[in-house]
Write a protein that binds this ligand. Structure first.
Ligand SMILES: [Zn+2]
Ligand SMILES: [Zn+2]
Length: 123
C-alpha cells in the first residue's frame, strides 16, 4: 500500500515560547525528502515551500530534552548542544554548558528593549 502523504501536513507545529506556528509534514530523524540526511535529533520538519527542489526541507523545531516543551529552532527559543534545550532550560542549567555557550546565553538574557525614557544616566 502506497503511503504518499507528503502533501498533507500531519498537524501544526507551534513553538511554545514565541508562538510560531507552521504546518509540519514529518516528525523524526530521517526526513523522507532526502535519502542522505539523518538529523541529530527528532525534529518537526516541513518541506521547503520556497523551492521546487524536492530534497529541500525546513526544520521547524523539536522538543526540549529537559522539559519536553515544543520549541522552534530560532536562537531566541532554543539551543542545540548535543541535545535540544529550550532557552529557559538552557539558562537554568547554564553552568552545565561550556563557557562559549554560557556567554551566548548571557547575551540572550539581556532585554532587547532600550530604556528610552531614561536620559539622565550619564556620569
Ligand atoms: Zn520559537
Ligand atoms: Zn525546556
Amino acid at each position: 500500500m502506497a503511503c504518499e502523504a507528503e502533501h498533507s501536513p500531519l498537524g501544526m507545529f507551534e513553538c511554545q515560547l514565541c508562538a510560531l506556528t507552521a504546518p509540519y509534514s514529518y516528525v523524526g530523524q530521517r526526513p523522507p525528502y532526502t535519502q542522505s540526511i539523518v538529523l541529530l535529533e527528532e525534529s518537526y520538519v516541513m518541506k521547503d515551500p520556497f523551492t521546487s527542489d524536492k530534497d529541500r526541507f525546513l526544520i521547524l523545531g523539536s522538543r526540549c530534552s529537559l522539559c519536553g516543551r515544543l520549541v522552534c529552532v530560532g536562537p531566541e527559543c532554543s539551543l542545540f548542544y548535543c541535545r535540544r534545550f529550550c532557552l529557559p532550560c538552557a539558562q537554568e542549567n547554564a553552568a552545565a554548558f561550556p563557557p562559549e555557550v554560557q556567554q551566548d546565553l548571557e547575551k540572550k538574557k539581556s532585554p532587547r528593549k532600550r530604556p528610552s525614557s531614561q536620559h539622565g544616566s550619564r556620569t
